[in-house]
Design a protein around this ligand. Structure first.
Ligand SMILES: C[S@@+](CC[C@H](N)C(=O)[O-])C[C@H]1O[C@@H](n2cnc3c(N)ncnc32)[C@H](O)[C@@H]1O
Length: 215
């Protein structure tokens, strides 16, 4: 168990844990030395990998990039670790860590892409401080992002989307979104995660942005 001490509100373990628990030995703690060892790669960081399926698939299909994922929900981390091991992928690393405990190990100017897909919405005003995508996360992660690197965000909560959009503009990210329809679900925006599918099944409105860090 490598999740740092802290207060988390989401699910930490699911029904598949028993089946996947034997893969726990594949997990390791994030360290500065580990991240220094992959600093020359094109790095994609996914925060909150959920069931771990998207990051596994992306890593197997895009061998030129190195995918780093983290989640406090262990089942998805173990599923991705099993996939990495069974497919002998050298470009997939997953951590059973909250992002706050991982980000401190990321080298400056190392990340090419950061992805946050369907983070827990915490819609009530008093819950908003629980949100993963926040000013404090951006402040921590910005130094690790290369100039012109990409930040991708998706949610089915309009309120979270607007708050996130305001945040990225406050922190100087650039966007090429010109019309509101570019925020919406389309074949170009679709990412194929479990929570995207859930939102589509509920006929929810989905929102996406992809922004670039300024120099
Ligand atoms: C609603 S799920 C979305 C999962 C996946 N991205 C998807 O689209 O299907 C949000 C995920 O973020 C994870 N999460 C919440 N807080 C986190 C944190 N501080 N660090 C890493 N992951 C976190 C949760 O455990 C959960 O798996």
């Amino acid at each position: 168990m490598t999740v740092s001490e802290g207060k988390y509100f989401g699910r930490k373990q699911g029904k598949s844990f028993q089946r996947l628990s034997r893969f726990q030995n594949l997990l390791f703690d994030p360290t500065n030395a580990f991240f220094q060892s992959i600093i020359d790669k094109t790095l994609v960081l996914e925060i909150g990998i959920g069931d771990g399926i998207k990051i596994s698939k992306d890593a197997s299909e895009d061998l030129d990039k190195t995918f780093i994922g983290c989640d406090i929900f262990i089942d998805g981390v173990l599923r991705a670790a099993r996939y990495q091991s069974e497919h002998k992928l050298k470009n997939l690393f997953v951590f059973h860590n909250d992002i706050q405990s991982l980000v401190t190990h990321l080298p400056i100017n190392s990340l090419d892409t950061v992805r946050v897909f369907f983070p827990d919405p915490w819609p009530k005003t008093r819950q908003k401080k629980r949100r993963t995508f926040s000013a404090s996360l951006l402040e921590q992660i910005l130094p690790a992002m290369k100039p012109e690197s990409t930040l991708e965000f998706a949610t089915d909560h309009g309120d979270y989307f607007l708050d996130a959009l305001i945040l990225v503009s406050k922190y100087g990210f650039k966007t090429n979104i010109k019309t509101p329809d570019m925020w919406q679900y389309s074949v170009f925006n679709a990412i194929g995660t479990k929570y995207e599918k859930k939102a589509l099944d509920k006929n929810s409105k989905l929102f996406y942005f992809s922004v670039r860090k300024s120099n």
